[in-house]
Every structure is written in C-alpha cells, then in structure tokens.
Design a protein. Sequence first.
Length: 81
Amino acid sequence: MEEQQVYDQVKKVVVEQLGVNESEITREASFVDDLGADSLDTVELVMALEEAFSTEIPDEDAEKIKTIGNTVSYIMSHAKK
C-alpha cells in the first residue's frame, strides 16, 4: 500500500471515529490536542485502525501514536503487505 493511500484511509477512519471535519486533519494533527479525542476515543480509534488495516497495534505502541503522521508511519512499517 502506498503512503498516500494509508494517509487517506487513516483520515477516513479519524473522521468517522472522532466526528471531525476532514479539513482539520493534517499530518501534524494531534488526536487529543488538535482533534479533541479523549482516552476512550483513542482506544476506539486504535481498534478501528486495526480493523481498517488488518493489523494489531499493541497497547504499548498505541500509547506512542499521538498524531496522524505517527499513525501513517506506524501502519506503513507494521501493516500486512
């Protein structure tokens, strides 16, 4: 999967899960600080990302994924090809 495809899919999942406007999403956007996610939102977001990309994100990794860019990088290096 190409990096832009991953980014577009992450954006789609974030819009659906957090109910934010797509225009608010940038690679630097923080789920908590910029997009208003709380701890429950982030757990649900990780679960939705796992499903969307057919991958598993361990809790210790999920805690480190704080921005859209972090998420794209993580998925690019961990998702099943």
